[in-house]
Design a protein around this ligand. Structure first.
Ligand code: SF4
Length: 319
């Protein structure tokens, strides 16, 4: 489909990433998104569990709050520019929360009255208080956005744009861009909202990887390099910007191709190694991870034996 407003090739329109749609249906990796590329760099076994085994994961309050805030910021631009105020944005929160729960009924379990405190006793008041605090935290994030950007002066060309580009190698890159601004000069700015805090400067490069990924997709789709990449951190009230050049994006492309080669190799050999880090604390799959005494489920795809010591590697470092 081609978007009538900006002539971008729009693959679909999405509100939230639905990675768990096909839970339990094993499949070969067919494309790469920034999230899944980061998964593989963090831990190849985590990538396998998410992309190939499609093991279910529990929704987390923080990630769901991020989805809610994204939805509110997206929908606010439906209003005429003068009405895009903080009170108006906060009014959208309950309705968007209802809509998310309708789309994903399992989210209701986040604030279920039982189990949250480690007992089976229903705790209606506690659940209501947790939900109220969670919604109040979402309000704070939305309010903070107004200290960073002025939506009355913005007219996004696209919001929550799902894009896909195929590289010359055949590798498909896809992703969801939170907001695309196009200046009268035609210059493009890609904006991504983060509900966490900005990383320390020495980690900014990692944070920009996702943005450079999107810039590469836009370059391949439109033949133009976005003028600016902008990360808006609602958790800390910071903005990180980067103006990419062709050499940056060519470097990202080479990195993604190498990453994809490693993923294909691991898919064919079934050699998905765990890489334990402190991020394991947030991993839903410790019970089936050898690093934590677990056993992965049987590998669901056909494998070929490794042909060389390099085939044993089956992974690529995060650098
Ligand atoms: S627990 Fe850690 S090592 Fe194991 S799969 Fe998860 S991220 Fe990888």
């Amino acid at each position: 489909m081609v978007c009538g407003r900006c002539q971008w090739r729009v693959v679909g329109s999405v509100v939230m990433e639905t990675r768990t749609e096909d839970v339990g249906v094993a499949a070969r990796p067919a494309s790469l998104s920034p999230s899944r590329a980061s998964d593989f760099m963090q831990c190849p076994l985590l990538y396998r569990f998410r992309v190939i085994d499609k093991l279910p994961e529990k929704p987390s309050p923080a990630a769901t709050r991020g989805t809610l805030v994204h939805a509110v910021l997206e929908r606010l631009f439906d209003a005429p520019s003068a009405e895009r105020t903080a009170p108006r944005a906060k009014e959208l929160i309950p309705g968007q929360w209802d809509r998310l729960r309708e789309a994903k009924p399992e989210l209701a379990a986040l604030f279920a009255p039982d189990g949250a405190d480690g007992t089976d006793a229903p705790d209606e008041d506690g659940a209501a208080a947790r939900l109220a605090q969670w919604l109040a935290d979402a309000e704070k994030l939305v309010e903070r956005w107004f200290t960073l950007e002025d939506p009355t002066r913005l007219e996004p060309a696209e919001r929550e744009l799902f894009v896909e580009a195929e590289l010359a190698s055949g590798l498909k890159l896809r992703g969801i861009i939170d907001r695309v601004d196009v200046a009268p000069t035609g210059e493009v700015r890609i904006v991504d909202y983060k509900t966490g805090k900005a990383p320390r400067p020495e980690y900014a490069e990692g944070a920009l990887f996702q943005m450079k990924f999107y810039a590469l997709v836009v370059w391949r789709l439109k033949g133009l390099i976005p003028r600016r990449l902008q990360l808006v951190y609602l958790g800390s009230g910071d903005i990180i910007t980067y103006d990419p050049v062709a050499a940056d994006l060519e470097r990202v492309e080479r990195k993604l191709l190498a990453l994809w080669d490693a993923i294909v190799l691991a898919t064919e050999t079934g050699n998905w190694r765990p890489r334990p880090t402190k991020l394991c604390g947030w991993c839903d799959h410790q019970a089936v991870c050898p690093e934590f005494g677990g056993t992965p489920p049987p590998y669901p795809l056909p494998v070929r034996p490794p042909e060389s010591p390099g085939d044993e590697q089956g992974r690529m470092g995060p650098s």
